[in-house]
Design a protein around this ligand. Structure first.
Ligand SMILES: *Cc1c(COP(=O)(O)O)cnc(C)c1O
Length: 402
């Protein structure tokens, strides 16, 4: 007898490109922090769509906002105005304490937009000679999958055989302020960083690093572009991870949770001096800032305005890190990093790979995902209850010490 799970996976393996290696679970429905598979088994979601689902599955306010908008208008293209667009840009700019918004759809598109913006700002405002603009980035970065973005990746898997690569980037070690300062020259238009590196395994930079980057970029007239696509919008216990060092970058790059796990919504948010460099026809997106995206994102922003989920992420995050700290004292875990409801847990090789631990957790009803071989990433929806979080941590303890 072929199960529904086997049938689904066989079809995916046969007809979908193998650019992912999913865990062998086939989700049918989800609510809050829980997912149910095609056989009716329930799983605690401790990944939250890589932070796209910060507010959980099926959040009533987000689903209702989407449903209401579906019955009104879903797409106009930017050829015309629509009645949610101005409101969305105003609210997002205010949430960020910035002046202008350039909406796109996916995270990678927002990063591309930031790269193009910084270059144009460099030529038009800073006065960098044509074609010379340089952007400083960090090693182990993850900013998306486009040809330009993988050009400055240090992950061979993400990069190999996709060249020729886009020039104009210099890679420095993440967390090393002196190296970053030395890389900044008169042609440097921007420093592009994740305030906490997500895909790399939830790497938190040394204290003072982001504040140091802010000082250097300000002194040298270079834009500080913070890719908060994964770290932002509540995950770390603040609206933005940069806030932990009282840093305000020149450019926020947002995505993932901005679309509430309902639709892809991304944006570059900055000052008038920076985003004002684009004129009609120079950059755009057919779906960027569409009515459905704006309606959902407006509700996301309203939810963030209350501060409720930032506070939850901070409180439950303290608990998570306390519990993980106890595990890190034992032989099964070699390191734990993170902030708020976000953690990278390095598994000792004797216990198994990150993949094997993820599969054992799946068998016990908890879904996480490995990264870079030995690490599992824990990022539950911020709506998770303390009881459910403890239940998930208990399963992790069983798998690691069982
Ligand atoms: C996920 C992610 C991206 C890319 O977003 P996509 O929507 O997958 O294109 C970029 N930067 C960071 C930090 C991310 O976590």
């Amino acid at each position: 007898m072929v199960t529904a799970t086997e049938r689904s996976i066989a079809a995916a393996e046969k007809y979908s490109a193998h650019n992912y290696h999913p865990l062998p679970v086939v989700v049918a429905t989800a609510q809050g922090a829980w997912m149910t598979d095609v056989e009716g088994r329930r799983y605690l979601d401790m990944l939250a769509g890589y932070s796209a689902l910060n507010f959980g599955h099926g959040h009533r306010r987000l689903i209702n906002a989407a449903k209401e908008q579906l019955d009104r208008v879903t797409l106009t293209s930017r050829a015309f105005h629509h009645d949610r667009f101005g409101e969305f840009c105003t609210e997002l700019a205010e949430l960020c304490g910035m002046e202008m918004v350039l909406p796109m759809n996916t995270g990678a598109e927002a990063v591309e937009t930031a790269v193009k913006t910084a270059r144009k700002w460099g030529y038009r405002v800073k006065g960098v000679p044509d074609g010379k603009a340089k952007i400083v980035v960090a090693d182990n970065n993850f900013h998306g999958r486009t040809t330009t973005i993988i050009s400055f990746s240090t992950d061979e898997e993400a990069r190999a055989d996709y060249g020729p690569y886009t020039p104009g980037f210099e890679i420095v070690p993440y967390g090393d302020l002196a190296a970053l300062e030395a890389a900044v020259d008169e042609h440097t238009v921007a420093v592009l960083l994740e305030p906490i590196q997500g895909e790399a395994g939830v790497l938190v930079p040394p204290a003072g690093y982001l504040a140091g980057v802010r000082r250097v970029t300000r002194e040298r007239n270079v834009l500080f572009m913070a890719d908060e696509i994964q770290s932002g919008l509540g995950r770390t216990g603040r609206t933005f991870a940069c806030e932990h060092e009282d840093v305000v970058p020149d450019v926020y790059i947002l995505g993932k949770a901005l679309g509430g796990g309902v639709v892809p919504v991304s944006a570059v948010v900055s000052s008038r001096e920076v985003l004002g460099v684009h004129k009609p026809g120079e950059h755009g997106s057919t779906f960027g800032g569409n009515p459905l995206a704006c309606a959902v994102a407006l509700e996301v922003i309203a939810i963030l305005r209350s501060g409720e989920y930032q506070e939850r992420a901070a409180r439950l995050g303290d608990h998570l890190h306390h519990e993980l700290g106890l595990l890190a004292g034992g032989p099964a875990v070699t390191a734990v990093r993170g902030r708020g409801l976000w953690a990278g847990v390095d598994i000792a090789p004797e216990i198994g790979t990150g993949r094997e631990v993820s599969e054992r957790l799946m068998a016990r009803g908890v879904l996480v995902k490995d990264t870079h071989g030995a690490t599992i990433r824990i990022a539950p929806p911020l709506v998770i209850s303390k009881e459910d979080l403890d239940w998930g941590l208990e399963r992790l303890r069983e798998v690691l010490t069982g």
